[in-house]
Design a protein around this ligand. Structure first.
Ligand code: NAD
Length: 500
């Protein structure tokens, strides 16, 4: 049976520990297609008791999984990557059906999972520490990295599968087991991924390495966040969610890895290439219907180029094909639900009341569809400082780079940023310690669509977490500093004498 046949128009168990739990005991959750409002499938959510079964499976499996040599764990991750390659079209289609992003982006999200699987496979042979020269004769010092335990992964609706893979596949290679609580808006993609992973793990005689619990944030998410058996919670979502859970995790002296909201700015200098700017802004502000954490929300235009870019964007915005996200001709699909449409309407109303002037768009269309918006604004408008999770782009004019850098950084969020310029001094100023204060800073390319090889994440209220590439794997392991004394003496560090 194909993956889509297995998932669509069925009722599913929303909990998988050692195996799928027949009746996970919670309420029923219906997953809707945001493009037409139809029900795609039903899920029986996990109750507290069944959460417990899943946690026990993950905890028990960790005892054995951590002892499997890392390169052998990597082989299993590689096979998951291969299964994802085979399932790319179907899983990408399911992402489009359930989340509403266009098909190219749905499949792109699965490609990101495949890339992460390759990366994690390589990592499984590179989880290395440093060696240090000891100040004491006949001593050796080094550090090693051990698996951490059960990692809780809480994910947002807008990247229903890729963000899980950034965490889960790397944590798995690191020797952790994982319990995933996906967004209640996208449970079916999570179930599909779990089926794929179960298949691979079962071939190798493993159960309980990758686990799933579907339920609301307030019930199942909250249990995971408070669970002392889970040493790391990696949570992706709104800053409001992060602010709720961070103190709870910190109070238990556990670790959190937070990937929260952004309010990403692009600075366009007079000497920028207008063609690059327009293309980058279209993808960055309209792609995924503005529902990426890295979507461009603030476009700072130097006064000499502002008119030209605004005019070209107005023309381009008129040509954006809005509609069925599974039609290859469509560039912008729907928002995730009617609540998101209402939030956009409220945001636009506020922007108008605060002095913003709509240049193009902003109409709500049928169902969850909206027109993308260009809006002239000022940096001191309070609404501009907030993340509005919709295709709303504020246009802000400036005179000097110093002035715009101050405006750019004067928001609570610090995820992604970019400058468009042909002047190396402007670019380097933007990248300097006095430049962008974000976790991601780009030159002549937009704020969204990062590659998996870099560490992804942001500063300030974006939460400070780093995931995916570079040395982000260290978040999923514990560092142990080792000193071995082979001297036959017992010299103390710092030359201390302590003798009778
Ligand atoms: P959300 O905060 O509503 O939900 C995110 C997840 O948190 C869901 O699984 C939800 O059930 C869970 N949750 C909510 N309250 C919880 C609680 N009290 N305890 C435990 N879990 C809880 O976010 P959303 O609407 O799904 O996603 C959009 C937001 O996510 C935007 O702000 C976007 O910028 C952000 N996001 C950030 C990144 C990043 O990498 N920085 C990536 C994707 C999305």
């Amino acid at each position: 049976m194909s993956l889509l046949d297995q998932i669509l128009h069925k009722t599913h168990s929303g909990a998988c520990g050692q195996t799928w739990i027949d009746d996970p005991g919670g309420e029923e959750l219906v997953s809707f297609n945001p493009a037409d409002g139809s029900a795609l499938g039903r899920v029986r959510m996990a109750s507290g008791d069944n959460y417990e079964l899943v946690l026990r499976a993950a905890t028990a499996t960790f005892e054995r999984w951590r002892m499997l040599p890392a390169p052998r764990r990597g082989e299993i991750v590689r096979e998951i990557g291969n299964e994802l390659r085979l399932a790319k079209d179907e899983l990408g289609t399911l992402v489009t059906l359930e989340m509403g992003k266009i098909l190219a982006e749905g499949k792109g999200e699965v490609q990101e999972m495949i890339d992460v699987a390759d990366f994690a496979t390589g990592l499984s042979r590179q989880l290395h520490g440093l060696t240090m020269h000891s100040e004491r004769p006949g001593h050796r010092m080094y550090e090693q990295w051990h698996p951490l335990g059960v990692v809780g992964v809480i994910s947002a609706f807008n990247f229903p599968v890729a963000v899980w893979s950034w965490n889960a596949l790397i944590a798995m290679a690191c020797g952790d087991t994982v319990v995933w609580k996906p967004s209640s808006k996208t449970p079916l993609t999570a179930i599909a991924v779990q089926h794929i992973c179960n298949r691979v793990l079962a071939r190798h005689g493993w159960q309980g390495v990758l686990n799933l619990v579907i339920g609301s944030g307030e019930v199942v998410g909250d249990r995971l966040v408070r669970d002392p058996r889970v040493p790391l919670i990696s949570a992706t979502g709104s800053t409001a969610m992060g602010k709720r859970i961070a103190p709870i995790i910190a109070a238990g002296m556990r670790r959190s890895l937070l990937e929260l909201g952004g309010n990403n700015g692009v600075i366009v200098m007079d000497d920028a290439d207008p063609d690059l700017v327009v293309r980058a802004v279209l993808f960055g502000a309209v792609g995924t219907a503005g529902q990426r954490c890295t979507s461009i929300r603030r476009l700072f235009l130097q006064k000499g180029i502002a008119r030209r870019i605004t005019d070209r964007l107005s023309v381009a915005y008129r040509q954006i094909r809005i509609g069925d996200p599974s039609d290859p001709a469509t560039l912008m699909g729907p928002l995730i639900d009617r609540d998101a449409v209402a939030a956009m309407e409220r945001g636009l109303e506020r922007a108008r009341n605060e002095g913003g002037h709509i240049v193009y768009g902003g109409k709500s269309l049928a169902g969850c569809f909206v027109e993308p918006v260009l809006i002239h604004a000022r940096p001191d408008m309070p609404v501009v400082r907030e993340e509005l999770f919709a295709p709303v782009l504020y246009l802000l004019e400036f005179d000097t780079l110093d002035e715009v850098l101050a405006w750019h950084n004067d928001v609570p969020q610090g995820l992604s940023s970019a400058i468009f310029t042909s002047n190396v001094q402007s670019a380097e100023m933007f990248l300097s310690a006095g430049g962008s204060d974000c976790g991601i800073a780009n030159v002549n390319t937009g704020t969204s669509g990062p590659e998996i090889g870099g560490a992804f994440g942001g500063e300030k209220e974006t939460g400070g977490g780093r995931e995916s590439g570079s040395d982000s794997w260290k978040a999923y392991m514990r560092r142990q500093t080792v000193t071995v004394n082979w001297s036959g003496e017992l010299p103390l560090a710092q030359g201390i004498k302590f003798e009778l």
